[in-house]
Design a protein around this ligand. Sequence first.
Ligand code: HEC
Length: 162
Amino acid sequence: MTRRVRRLTLTASAVLAALALAFVVAQDAMMADRPEYADWTRLNPQKNFIQSAHPTAKDVYVNDIGRAAAQERSFPFPEGSELVKESIDVDSLTVTVMTAMRKVVGFDPANGDWQYGMFERMDDGSFGGMWADVGTEMHLMCVGCHTGAADTDYAFLTYTGD
Ligand code: HEC
């Protein structure tokens, strides 16, 4: 290897290492951002573990900031409100997917300023996922349905297990 090639190779590996590190850091940030809702309020009166026509059951949780709005139906939800819907596999009784929405004032004023997140259980048992940016395919998909609940600030609050 000439000195120049060796230097280029070293530079390339340094760049790759930096990118890999940035990726790990970004991934950690994403994970850290997953709602920790163990002590939030469950909104459906009974846990939805009952097997029904649906292949999964759903429980919905709200954080302290959004609790009064959800329970007393006083809208809009205040900034910082978060809702999480668990999809539970009825055979193993484990949570397979969490969908979440959090109120970030100024994020998407045309659609109630909700940021939508989705986190899925991976093979190692941890959850991977992210909060979608405004205008992305995922955001538009979530908004597409939740617009149907515009009268209740984009939260369905129905707990039918759908
Ligand atoms: C096909 C329509 C549809 C799409 C697409 C959809 N939702 Fe929902 N979502 C619903 C319905 C209906 C409910 C109410 C569930 C129930 O009554 O059991 C709901 C409930 C929720 C809840 C609980 C709070 C509430 O509104 O009652 C969260 C959180 C949620 N969805 C997040 C998301 C996210 C994040 C996405 C995008 C990844 C998404 N949803 C996409 C229809 C949809």
